[in-house]
Structure formats: structure tokens, C-alpha cells
Unconditional design. Structure first.
Length: 506
């Protein structure tokens, strides 16, 4: 373990405080934005904060990979378990890097993107809520305290409810309310779970809790805590069949919000589930003693197929992508259910690759919606001619969803197939490939409309999206291709993160 304390040499002071800075920078930017209240200045502050957060996350990841250990930061110099600490290892450093990276892509996109989707007088509130959401997500990842996971979870969730409700479609308010109800249920179940664990162990520090649980003899209480936390976090993940809040939330929120949430929020919740399974409870308790892996496997298979079938029949492309997200989450949880280094590597790799892919697709779609006036397939007829760059970029993102070689989606699905076959589960490898064929069908629906139908005569002339929206979207699409052609770095980090998860916090 690497313990970082505030009493250090001046030349390394900033480096030593990176964990807390990653949370504080977006947190402090939110009230500053509210004080400024002007649209451009609010965007500028949010942009600077997101770039700073990305730089800090990249440095933290570099530090963790170089030291191959755990960075522990005691807040207020109060040592755990009495004090609250931030703990950074290869797992949460990698996910924090992903979240911060998506923030850097989304903020430039927002400059023009939200003008058509959010009221002018609410722009500063939009950026303030986005920074609070970013702060909450990063806080969930870095905290080593079970209750503070809940605190940061609520910060990100409350900000998310507001962001979704800012969509100009009146159904956005209903979608936000649905998410609030289900999110509250999930948070309540999570708190009940950690309450049981606290009664068993007398601590809220996750590392300390993991050590004390090994000596607790009350198996029934442990099983109850595991069940409450699993169901509560699964609501936040949108694991089938607890996904009902997600389609409307993605469909009716502003495009930038859809992109940010699809690429980050569910991924952070997946991290929480992995952290409890492998660090707090331990793989033996979860997968051997209570057969949780079999239940998660069954739900993952259902998620891979049923939402994908539903996506095929969607006329709104945002809803299509939303159901696709529920399906893709099934691949990640399938890797977790295997409980092996190979399965976890596949899960973490797909967490990264799907964040890039789905973020890219929603950003591209946002530009299309801006020009075409909606995401309904009827409005998108012929955009292969009128918006050739956007249409082609969307197709590339769709190929990554399918898992075509040369795209990021192929790499993680290959890892998943390899992990299943290593366990002798050939039928799981077949299920992964069969479910990918369903993605071919719903991606083809866009291709058919964009390239094989003529634009309606009554539609005005359509051009490409503004440059500030096009560049971030194309960069994310380019990342999908790059990490599909060269997965050396992402694969290595995913493997080290999987190994760190199984080893736990020592």
C-alpha cells in the first residue's frame, strides 16, 4: 500500500494531493458557475474544470500503474478506519480516466449543442449540474468509505435528475421523475445493505470492512447485505429487468446529457458492484458460497437478448441506442459473473470500449437531431446524402456495437469469448456471437433509412452539424477505431485492473 499524507516536500505537494483534487476541482466549479450565471463564462469554467479533471485522472492512472499498488489518501490527516480515506488502484483509476475523458469530449460539444435543447436562462444551471454530476461520479470511484459511496451517488443522481428534466420535450420531466423514483429505491436498498454490514463489522471503511467480514460467522446477515447491495446497485446499472428508467431518460434528455450518462453513469455503478463483489465480500463468498454468479449469469444472458430485440422495433434512434445500452451492459455483467481474471478483463475492457462507442453514437446523433429536428427514423431518411460525414460516423459506431473486427467492440467481445472458452463454457461464446447478430439488425435499420431512402420532399435542406459538435463526435468515433486496431494499452490496463480486483485491498 502507498500511503499519501499532506506533510510532504513542497516540490511534490500537488502530486500528493491528486486524489482529493480530482473530486474538488469539479465540485468547486459548480458554485462558481452559479455565481457567474452567464452562458459563455459558465461553459468556460466547466471546460477548464473538465480538462483539469482529465489531467489529474491521467496522472493518477500513471502513478498507480507505475507503482502497481494502492494509493491511500487520508482526508484531514485522519487515518482510516476512524477517518475517511480515498483509495486509488488500477480499477478505479482506469474508470475515473474514462469518466474524465468523456467529460472532455462532451464539454466542447455542449457549447452549441445545448443552445437548441436547453433554455437560454438555464444554461448556467446546466453546466453547474454537469459539474456536480462529474464530481459525484469521480467521488464514487475514489472513496474508500461505504457511506460516502452513497453520498456521492446521491450527488451525481440529483444532478442527473435535473439534467434530464432540462430537455425541452415535456416527456423529459416524466422521465426524470421515473428515474428519481427508481434511483431512490436503489439508493435505499444500498443503504440498508451497508447498514447491515456496519452492524456486522463496526466500520464503514471498505478495506477494513473486507478484513472484518472474513471473521464474521453470521452467514445470513452477510447474504442479506449482499442481496440488498446487489439489487440496489443493479437499479443504478440498469441491469435487466431493472432498466425501465433508462430508455426514457436517454431518449428525452438533451443529447449531450444522453452521451455523458450512457458513457459514464452506468459504468461507475458497475464499478461499485465489482468493488463489493471482489474487494468487500470476496469472490469465494459471492460466487462459491452463495451462487450469485449463476443468478448474474442468467440476468446477463436475458439482458443480451431481450433488450436487443426490443431495440429492433424502435422508431426513435435515441430509444434504440438506450435499449442497446441495456443489452451491452449484459456483456459486462456476463464477464463479472465468470469470476475469473479473464472474465473481469473482458468486463473492464468492454466497460471502456462501450463508453467510447455509445458516447460517440449519442454525440453523432445529437448533431443529426440538431439538423433534422428529431431522432425518429422518418426524419433521418436520406441523411447518407445530406449529412454524409455524420451518417458514416454513426455506421462506424454501430459496427463497434456489433463487434466487427477493427473496432473497439470486437476487442472486448473477443476477450469475453476467450474467457468463456477458457472455463469450458462454449455455449456462452455462442450466445455472445448470437446476440451480436441482433445488433446487426438494429444498426442496419439506420443504414437502410440513411442510405437507401430518399430525403422527404417537404424537408428543408440539411447540412453537417457545427464544427464544435462534429469534432468531439468524430474524435470519439476515431477512438473506437484506434482501440480496435491497437488494444495493447487498454487490454493491458484492463488485465491489471482485473488482477487488482481479485487481489483486493491489502
Amino acid at each position: 500500500m502507498t500511503n499519501l499524507q499532506p506533510t510532504i516536500a513542497p516540490d511534490t505537494l500537488l502530486t500528493q494531493h491528486l486524489p482529493i483534487l480530482l473530486v474538488i476541482v469539479p465540485l468547486l466549479s459548480a458554485p462558481l458557475i452559479v455565481l457567474l450565471r452567464r452562458s459563455f463564462l459558465s461553459w468556460l469554467v466547466a471546460m477548464i474544470a473538465s480538462v483539469a479533471a482529465f489531467g489529474i485522472a491521467a496522472l493518477l492512472l500513471q502513478q498507480v500503474l507505475a507503482s502497481d499498488g494502492v494509493i491511500a489518501y487520508a482526508i484531514g490527516n485522519w487515518e482510516a478506519p476512524l477517518g475517511i480515506e480515498l483509495r486509488v488502484d488500477a480499477v478505479n483509476a482506469f474508470v475515473a480516466f474514462i469518466v474524465a475523458l468523456v467529460g472532455v469530449f462532451v464539454l466542447p460539444y455542449c457549447r452549441i449543442g445545448i443552445a437548441a435543447e436547453v433554455r437560454q436562462e438555464e444554461h448556467y444551471l446546466f453546466y453547474a449540474m454537469l459539474m456536480l454530476c462529474l464530481c459525484g461520479l469521480l467521488g464514487i470511484l475514489l472513496t474508500g468509505d461505504a457511506f460516502n459511496v452513497f453520498v456521492f451517488l446521491e450527488i451525481s443522481s440529483l444532478a442527473t435528475y435535473v439534467l434530464i428534466a432540462m430537455g425541452r420535450d415535456r416527456r423529459a420531466l416524466v422521465a426524470s421523475y421515473q428515474y428519481l423514483l427508481m434511483g431512490t429505491v436503489g439508493a435505499t436498498l444500498y443503504v440498508i445493505g451497508i447498514g447491515i454490514l456496519y452492524l456486522q463489522t463496526g466500520t464503514l471503511n471498505l478495506a477494513d470492512m473486507a478484513q472484518r467480514l472474513s471473521g464474521v460467522g453470521d452467514v445470513r446477515a452477510t447474504l442479506a447485505a449482499l442481496a440488498f447491495i446487489t439489487v440496489g446497485v443493479s437499479l443504478k446499472i440498469a441491469l435487466f429487468p431493472l432498466h425501465l428508467w433508462l430508455p426514457n431518460a436517454y431518449a428525452y434528455s438533451p443529447s449531450a446529457v444522453s452521451a455523458f450518462l450512457a458513457a459514464t453513469a452506468t459504468k461507475v455503478s458497475i464499478y461499485v458492484l465489482m468493488r463489493y463483489y471482489f474487494t468487500v465480500f470476496g469472490a469465494v463468498t459471492v460466487f462459491d458460497a452463495h451462487n450469485t454468479g449463476m443468478i448474474l449469469l442468467a440476468l446477463s444472458l436475458a439482458a443480451m437478448f431481450i433488450p436487443a430485440v426490443v431495440a429492433i422495433f424502435q422508431r426513435d434512434v435515441k430509444r434504440l441506442l438506450a435499449y442497446s445500452s441495456v443489452s451491452q451492459i449484459g456483456y459486462i455483467t456476463l464477464g463479472i459473473s465468470l469470476g475469473t481474471v479473464g472474465g473481469l478483463t473482458a468486463a473492464i475492457a468492454h466497460l471502456f470500449n462501450h463508453a467510447l462507442t455509445k458516447g460517440a453514437l449519442f454525440l453523432v446523433l445529437g448533431g443529426i437531431v440538431l439538423r433534422c429536428g428529431g431522432a425518429n427514423l422518418d426524419r433521418l431518411a436520406g441523411i447518407g446524402r445530406t449529412m454524409p460525414v455524420a451518417a458514416f460516423a454513426f455506421v462506424i459506431g454501430g459496427l463497434s456495437l456489433i463487434g466487427i473486427p477493427g473496432t473497439a467492440g470486437f476487442i472486448s467481445k473477443w476477450y469475453l469469448v476467450t474467457a468463456a472458452m477458457a472455463e469450458g463454457q462454449w455455449w456462452l461464446a455462442g450466445a455472445v456471437m448470437m446476440s451480436s447478430l441482433l445488433a446487426v439488425i438494429y444498426v442496419w435499420r439506420f443504414v437502410e433509412v440513411a442510405y437507401f431512402q430518399a430525403p422527404p420532399d417537404d424537408h428543408p435542406p440539411v447540412g453537417e452539424a457545427p464544427l464544435s459538435m462534429r469534432v468531439p463526435a468524430l474524435l470519439m468515433v476515431g477512438a473506437c477505431v484506434y482501440f480496435g486496431l491497437d488494444a495493447t494499452w487498454s487490454g493491458e490496463v484492463a488485465t491489471r485492473a482485473a488482477t487488482a480486483l481479485l487481489e483486493g485491498w491489502q
